[in-house]
Design a protein around this ligand. Structure first.
Ligand code: PGA
Length: 254
């Protein structure tokens, strides 16, 4: 099954309005009409609408780094899926490891966020990954199984057509230590198998699984040529237009 590669740029807590608009312009000029790879940028909340306006007539989509589950209400500081839709977002990250470790997002909260995103018609990118301690204790697959099952159990494949997964080993995020293509492929293949046992092989075969963790222009091609790696979720290297564009081109198949 053909899976269109997807590359995300997670700007995290970087860039002010001027910097974000500058980066968006650079991306629009270089890859604004690029369609061989689906490109999504994830600016901080205050930049979502201005960046969306800058990219409106391009092929680059805009997503949010997080959301709060449930509808509007008295939740100071929180942002709903509907608000994200209203400022041009089509996608949202859910369960990024920094949300899990810094902000305490539990597997159950991640599941609620995923529901809110799906209900609102956003394309959720469910991020999963093990820490270094978990990998060294040979618990990688146990951790991933739990993260996937709590987030996805009880759902129907028909409701998950918008879902994208991101495998992001925590030990590779922002460290400069990337998983080798073989290490990443081993896990991606395992995840696809697990998804197949939950939702059937046809669904699993069409599901895109991004790799994230110190992806750079120089290592992206080695990762994307692996059978089960369908793109990249990029942090640090997405803040520079030239490096991000290099990754997007490296991830374009065929
Ligand atoms: P990194 O971040 O590319 O800076 O390692 C990846 C991510 O957190 O998605």
């Amino acid at each position: 099954m053909t899976r269109i590669p997807i590359v995300g740029g997670n700007w995290k807590k970087h860039l002010d309005l001027q910097g974000g608009l500058g980066l968006a312009s650079g991306l629009r000029n270089r890859i604004g009409s690029h369609r061989a790879t689906q490109v999504v940028v994830y600016p901080p909340y205050p930049l979502l609408h201005p960046v969306f306006a800058k990219l409106r007539d391009s092929a680059i989509r805009v997503g949010a780094q997080d959301l709060h589950p449930g509808p509007e209400g008295a939740y100071t500081g929180a942002v709903s899926a509907k608000m994200l839709r209203s400022v041009g977002c089509t996608s949202v990250l859910v369960g990024h490891s920094e949300r899990r470790s810094v902000f305490g997002d539990s597997d159950h909260l991640v599941a609620e966020k995923l529901s809110a995103a799906l209900d609102a018609g956003l394309d959720p990118v469910l991020c999963v990954g093990e820490t270094l301690d978990e990998r060294q204790a040979s618990r990688t697959f146990e951790v991933l199984a739990r993260q996937l099952e709590v987030a996805l159990s009880g759902r129907r494949a028909a409701d998950l057509g918008r879902l994208v997964l991101a495998y992001e080993p925590v030990w590779a995020i922002g460290t400069g230590v990337t998983a080798t293509p073989e290490q990443a492929q081993e896990v991606h293949a395992w995840i696809r198998g697990r998804i197949g046992s939950l939702f059937g092989p046809a669904f699993a075969g069409g599901l895109r699984i991004q790799y994230g963790g110190s992806v750079k222009p120089g290592n992206a091609a080695g990762l994307i040529t692996q059978a089960d790696i369908d793109g990249a979720l990029v942090g640090g290297a997405s803040l520079d237009a030239a490096s991000f564009v290099g990754i997007v081109h490296a991830c374009s198949r065929g």
